[in-house]
Design a protein around this ligand. Structure first.
Ligand code: IFM
Length: 727
């Protein structure tokens, strides 16, 4: 029998204060097309009522573009016993909100005494259909304990959503029909159409009235309640945007008219089936550690509702579709942290995500050209077109009147190799030659061209350098010869050369036309070979240390433990320039490199670098991308206790709100990193000529770790225990 507590996130009291926004993020539902934050159906002060749809970007000053908050479908106001139902009025007799991770069902049960002293039970349930991602459904059951009289339900579609004050939509048209309504809007700058149609199913004998409120069409129904009686109201909505439809209103209306009324039951069955298929492919079982078990499922759920199954022109924003942080922009978070989960469990979704980079090559080419380089350079922050959208200036974290120059969009350039790495990893894992030939190769080769033009030849030193960059550790800006970047570039150019050879053998015609189009000739290949052989590769054989960048060891040495106890990051404590001057890392950098390129470093080198960099890395309050990778490297050097501590930091990143910023959205990279920490860290998954194998190092309390991965179209199941308990 399933233990539901290991599948369910529960809220035992309503959050209308400090934790309100955090809980809204945690209770987000979605289906890879849209995400809806867990605001309540009735309105409250300070709520961030949000539905975000993949790819629906609109212009905004300073940060260029952002995902536009779309019209809200969850509004359901209940007018009963002379007033509106509100959690903070009358008396709450019982309360529970749950998110069932198996099916994405968001449920809230309230036993409530009205200000006039009558008792009612209200159950709100909602889901975003995984079987038909354009559809969302919400149901309210009202039971009266001792109230007799009317109950009115108002179910509107609010066409006035805003992104923290910025309005992205212009009204186009709307209509109220007998039990339904629709609203047609357009984004202000990008002129993207959106239509949402909504229908209300009501208890027998009562009828629906339409209020044609401008930009907020509302369906209203009144019914009679009496003690012991249950009334059910159901709101179903469909969304279409100009990204996938040339007739959004027609499509949104048609999607509803195809449904029975009420629609819940007919929608639920395929939805549940679709979720079952997902979990069959990617559930992870951890026995002996309930917190870890729930956390891994919660984080996998976040990935599953964030990635698109239908659309290969969108990525996953750093904060998924669950909040406004980073404005819906995508970073290396997708390829380096989230993608491995998809590659090894849901490869069709991985293919979509990688295709986004292929589709946005024109933007990456523009970025390279604007710097005077060849080929394609992926944007540090990317949105609809692939052009760079990192803001140049942001408000200073300590002083709202000051600005901080953000350099990542200019010089955090390792992302081009991160994308190439993820593309190659996908191909290695799936054997999807068609993808490689049609799309992946162009991504790898165009970015290789960028590197060859970006590397600087130093005749006096006889080598190539990559200067003025930022590595993964963003505490250090404007550094030269970042180890992470240079090693990855060497790997990238070598891989590009191997790819050229492979293409010539396996797809000669496609190869020829690609090489002609990208102007890749013998001279180009020679240059790649030369840069890969002569790029600076930091390593000191005496200490076995890889210096994070040239001059890093000369920076003032500090140890993070000397700053404990603290509640802020080292960068916050020392200031941006202060952190730049010392050896404190925001997140693993050299260790990230050693994770990605294990064959380049022998175990003694990994150990030496683990010992050196760990006490200098801000794992508690630095980047949320840090702990999962640190956990994997802890496993690799046999420090399972430390690995577990870091794993739990990642596991709690969102559920506990370790950094106090979950209000901005789910930490998607941490979610993906958590999956990697379980599978590649504690599970020790590796791929050899025989396929996948494991060398587990389980935390002592984990009695069992079971997971599945896909490799070359086959599913491999692993069921791991401690050696003495092996069966
Ligand atoms: O991509 C990350 C980066 O590594 C650290 N700062 C936040 C970014 C977005 O999550």
């Amino acid at each position: 029998m399933t233990n539901t507590s290991l599948w369910t996130v529960i809220e035992e009291t309503p959050e209308l204060g400090n934790r309100q926004a955090h809980q809204e993020t945690i209770f987000t539902i979605g289906n890879g097309y849209l995400g809806t934050r867990g605001t309540y159906e009735e309105r409250y002060l300070n709520e961030m009522r949000t539905t975000m749809i993949h790819g629906v970007f609109d212009d905004v000053p300073v940060v260029f573009t952002e995902l536009a908050n779309s019209p809200d479908w969850t509004e359901m106001e209940v007018l009963v016993d002379g007033g509106f139902f509100r959690l903070n009025q009358g008396k709450l007799l019982a309360y529970e909100r749950s998110l069932d991770l198996r099916t994405g069902l968001h449920r809230r049960f309230v036993r409530w005494r009205s200000p006039r002293d009558h008792t009612l039970e209200l159950t709100f349930e909602r889901f975003a259909s995984l079987a038909d991602p354009h559809l969302v459904c919400l149901r309210l059951k009202v039971v009266s304990v001792d109230y007799q009289g009317p109950v009115e339900v108002r179910a509107g579609v609010d066409g006035n959503p805003d992104n923290a004050g910025v309005v992205h939509w212009e009204w186009v048209e709307q209509e109220i029909l007998s039990e339904s309504a629709w609203l047609h809007l357009q984004t202000r700058a990008t002129r993207l159409d959106l239509a949402v149609a909504v229908r209300l199913a009501v208890p027998e004998g009562c009828h629906v009235q339409g209020w044609d409120v401008h930009n907020h069409p509302t369906l209203v129904a009144e019914a009679q309640l009496e003690p012991g009686k249950e009334l059910v109201f159901e709101k179903v909505a469909s969304y279409f945007t100009g990204r996938e439809s040339s007739q959004t209103v027609v499509d949104a209306k048609a999607a509803l008219s195809r449904l029975l009324s009420p629609a819940w039951e007919t929608l639920w069955q395929p939805h549940e089936q679709a979720w079952k298929k997902e979990w069959d492919a990617c559930d992870i079982v951890i026995e002996g550690d309930d917190e870890a078990q729930l956390a891994i499922r919660f984080n996998i759920f976040q990935l599953l509702i964030a990635g698109s199954r239908q659309d290969d022109t969108v990525s996953i924003p750093a904060k998924t579709l669950s909040g406004y942080g980073y404005r819906g922009h995508s970073f290396w978070d997708t390829e380096s942290y989230m993608l491995p989960f998809f590659t090894y469990t849901r490869p069709a979704m991985a293919r979509n995500l990688l295709s986004y980079r292929w589709h946005t090559l024109p933007g990456a080419r523009r970025k390279a050209a604007s710097g005077g380089y060849q080929g394609a350079q992926f944007a540090w922050e990317s949105a609809a077109t692939g052009d760079e959208v990192t803001p140049t200036w942001l408000t200073h974290p300590k002083d709202r009147n000051a600005l901080v120059r953000i350099w990542t969009g200019d010089i955090e350039i390792h992302i081009s190799s991160d994308v190439a790495y993820a593309t190659w990893q996908y191909w290695q894992a799936t054997g999807d030659d068609a993808f490689l030939i049609e799309r992946g190769a162009e991504v790898i080769l165009e970015t290789a061209r960028f590197w060859a033009s970006r590397a600087e030849w130093k005749a006096d030193k006889g080598h190539y350098e990559l200067n003025d960059v930022i590595g993964p550790d963003e505490n250090h800006e404007h550094v030269d010869d970042s180890a992470y970047t240079n090693y990855l570039v060497r790997w990238h150019l070598r891989t590009a050369l191997a790819l050229v050879t492979w293409l010539r053998q396996h797809a000669p015609e496609a190869a020829q036309s690609l090489f002609t189009r990208l102007t890749i000739d013998d001279e180009t290949l020679e240059k790649w070979r030369e840069v890969s052989e002569r790029i600076v590769i930091p390593y000191d054989p005496n200490t076995r240390l890889v210096e994070q960048f040239r001059g890093y060891f000369q920076r003032k040495d500090i140890r993070i433990p000397d700053y404990e106890p603290r509640t802020n990051s080292i960068q916050y404590i020392l200031g941006i320039e202060g952190a730049n001057q010392v050896q404190a890392l925001k997140q693993p950098d050299v260790l990230m490199l050693m994770y990605l390129l294990p064959e380049a470093f022998d175990p003694a080198v990994v150990r030496a670098n683990y010992d050196y960099y760990t006490p200098r890395t801000d794992l508690a309050f630095g980047s949320s991308l840090g702990p999962s990778i640190q956990a994997i490297m802890g496993c690799r050097v046999g420090q399972v206790g430390e690995a577990y501590e870091n794993f739990m930091r990642a596991a709690r990143a969102d559920l506990v709100d370790v950094r106090g910023n979950v209000r901005d959205g789910i930490h998607g990279a941490s979610a993906g990193g958590l999956w990697q920490a379980v599978v590649f860290g504690f599970g020790g998954l590796a791929f050899g000529p025989q396929g996948p194998s494991t060398s587990p190092s389980l935390p002592p309390q984990w009695q069992r770790l079971a997971f599945k991965v896909q490799y070359h179209g086959r599913t491999f199941s692993f069921d791991l225990r401690h050696p003495t308990e092996a069966v």
